[in-house]
Design a protein around this ligand. Structure first.
Ligand code: F6R
Length: 615
């Protein structure tokens, strides 16, 4: 977790570093810091607990001047989020500074070793040891070469890292290293840039160098960048990626917050994903890199993910089983990592991960691969680790998702899985072209249906009043919409800090019903589907106990409206299985309104980070 940026060139470094940190703040936001090489040849740092805006305020007074600098926004793992533990960390001389994203697993051993050798350790972090190891290397075998000093230090590290290093005695240079944590670089006329992901770089370049594991790079103030392997040999053709979103994609563009903006972007994201997908062979999904015969041979599918992406998996399981007739296991990555999966040589493993960097998901993917599965990634982030390590990748193309709570990636990932399910159904001979096309046309109807729900956002705003003073809420749904209930409850609790739990509606009478009392808020997802009457009975049970019910129902459903305090109306969806992709939008809107009414920062909920890169 944590975001890092670095710059050396003609500009004032602080200007880019602060805007870069703001773009990366979704990765962690409990403390932040910046360190520049000043014109007098010393390091000038500013760091503090709190958000990037607090750091920016401090920088206005401290005015760190210099054209080479590194910076960090932190999500604490080792050591509390205090000024002292904020990055950058310095060596004993105060002339070497590092920022680090990842975890140094052997840091205790290294701290003991460094303390014995006379180093003064100033923080509780695992990261600080890197600065002192570089100090030893710089004073010894690697004097004069920043990259060699970093390479030398990295040889002693166990764990994961993306590191940026600067030294007052090597002005106009930054050295970087990567193992297991992402890092991209941009070479421009104005200078050379480094960042944890492409978001801060979209404004300065349309393509980046993606550093691979165990590679190092030297960034120079003339904008040039050299990449080296672990032996220190020049890498002639480093991996290059085109950035396919413009800089404005990562700005608010007039919206009050990124959650509002990203919810509004859902229709376009789905349209992008569906473009040119239908061909004479059914669904065009070249990203799978599998022949029709190989696809037809798949005997089971493992879906592996965390959090909201796991909820995508639950929907995908229904779609694949119903449409393609292939048995599916859907597993939390963090659980699968500690049990024996039942794989065969014809098992397809699909990892679903917005960021492509979730540690548990990556571990599970590596394990499934080692067991002989073909691993396919459904992800949003270009060049992410999941994409790089998989046999095929379907990018959902939702554009940068900055709000910590996932909205547009959720709906886009569900559509991506629907495409996969149709492709599998066609290859397995379960559907002919006409049937695939019918389902595809239904998918094409989704963007307009979501637009209609977005137009009805006032309904969620009105219903939000019910939750203002509540301390808990219950979400209920049946069939595919039990997952809508899980996801709705997750959205509400993460952005509004209101406890919420979800159950398949039929399970309510087996325990959760004891929670109900007058005024207790219940959200029921009850669209016009084959279990409508059953869910309606559950709503009756809720009302009979005096609880207050908010329903998500299909236009015209007077039976529901007459029972519930509020109804969030969805237009008719042409296919039951696709209702979750429309219904969830009301619950996203509701969660945001409740959070705002309770004074919460919807984009940066406490304790959370966008990519959970620790297990
Ligand atoms: C919730 C949310 C998280 C993520 C989870 C997995 O709104 O965003 O639950 O879904 O941390 O992240 P990815 O999809 O990046 O692997």
């Amino acid at each position: 977790m944590c975001g890092i940026v670095g710059y050396t060139g003609r500009r004032q470094a602080a200007e880019f570093l602060l805007s870069g940190l703001a773009a990366l703040e979704y990765r962690g936001y409990d403390s932040a810091g910046i360190e520049v090489v000043s014109p007098s040849g010393n390091l000038h740092g500013v760091k503090c607990a709190g958000r990037v805006s607090v750091l920016a305020e401090r920088c206005r007074t401290a005015n760190p001047v210099g054209t080479t600098g590194i910076a960090h926004t932190r999500w604490a793992t080792h050591g509390a989020p205090t000024d002292r533990n904020a990055h950058p960390h310095l060596d004993c001389s105060g002339r070497i500074a590092i920022v680090h994203n990842g975890i140094i697993e052997n840091f205790q051993e290294l701290r003991a070793y460094l303390s014995r050798a006379g180093h003064k350790i100033a923080s509780d972090t695992d990261s600080e040891v890197i600065a002192h190891l570089v100090e030893d290397a710089w004073e010894g075998p690697a004097r004069g070469s920043l990259v060699d000093a970093l390479r030398n230090a990295c040889q002693r590290l166990e764990g994961s890292y993306a590191i940026a290093l600067e030294c007052a005695d090597a002005p106009g240079q930054i050295a970087v290293a990567r193992r297991g944590s992402p890092l991209v670089l941009a070479s421009t006329e104005d200078g050379a840039y480094a960042a944890s992901d492409v978001t801060p770089l979209a404004a300065v370049s349309s393509h980046v160098i993606q550093l691979e594991d165990d590679q190092f790079a030297l960034l120079r103030e003339d904008g040039s960048i050299s990449v080296f392997d672990s032996e220190g040999l020049l890498v002639e053709s480093p991996t290059r990626l085109d950035i396919d979103w413009d800089a404005s994609a990562a700005t608010l563009g007039g919206y009050a917050d990124f959650m509002a903006k990203e919810m509004a972007e859902q229709p376009e994201a789905i349209e992008r994903l569906l473009k040119d997908r239908l061909d004479e062979h059914g669904i065009r999904l070249d990203e799978l890199s599998m022949t029709g015969e190989e696809l037809a041979g798949i005997d089971r599918v493992y879906l592996v993910a965390c959090g909201t992406s796991y909820h995508v998996g639950l929907i995908a399981r229904e779609l694949i089983e119903q449409w393609a007739g292939i048995p599916v296991f859907c597993e939390y990555a963090s659980e699968l990592n500690y049990k024996e999966p039942l794989v065969t040589e014809h098992t397809l493993c699909v990892v679903i991960t917005q960021s492509g960097e979730t540690a548990d998901t990556l571990t599970a993917a590596r394990r499934m691969r080692a067991l002989g599965c073909r691993v396919f990634a459904v992800t949003n982030v270009l060049g992410s680790t999941a994409a790089r390590e998989s046999d095929g990748t379907l990018y959902v193309q939702a554009g940068p998702e900055i709000c910590v709570c996932s909205t547009k990636a959720y709906t886009a990932q569900m559509v991506a899985c629907a495409l996969l399910a149709l492709r599998l159904a066609f290859s397995a001979g379960k559907m002919g072209h006409a049937e695939v096309e019918r389902h595809f046309r239904n998918l094409e109807a989704l963007p307009d249906l979501i637009r209609e729900v977005l137009r009805r956002s006032w309904q969620g705003k009105r219903a939000a009043a019910l939750f203002r003073r509540a301390s808990s809420a219950l979400f209920l749904g049946r069939g595919v919409n039990s997952t809508t209930a899980y996801e709705g409850a997750l959205k509400l609790k993460e952005v509004s800090y209101l406890h919420a739990e979800a159950y398949p509606a039929g399970e309510m009478k087996h325990g959760p019903i004891a929670l109900l009392e007058p005024g207790f808020p219940v959200v029921a997802i009850v669209p016009a589907d084959h279990v409508h009457e059953k869910t309606l009975s559950n709503i009756q049970e809720v009302i009979a106990r005096g609880a207050s019910c908010v329903a998500v129902a299909t236009d015209g459903d007077e039976a529901v409206a007459s029972l519930c305090e509020h109804t969030l109306w969805i237009p008719p969806v042409p296919e039951e299985m696709l209702v979750p992709i429309v219904a969830i939008v009301h619950l996203q809107l509701l969660a945001r309104y409740v959070a705002r009414a309770r004074g919460c920062d919807v984009d940066k909920p406490r304790n959370l980070a966008k990519s959970v890169t620790v297990e």
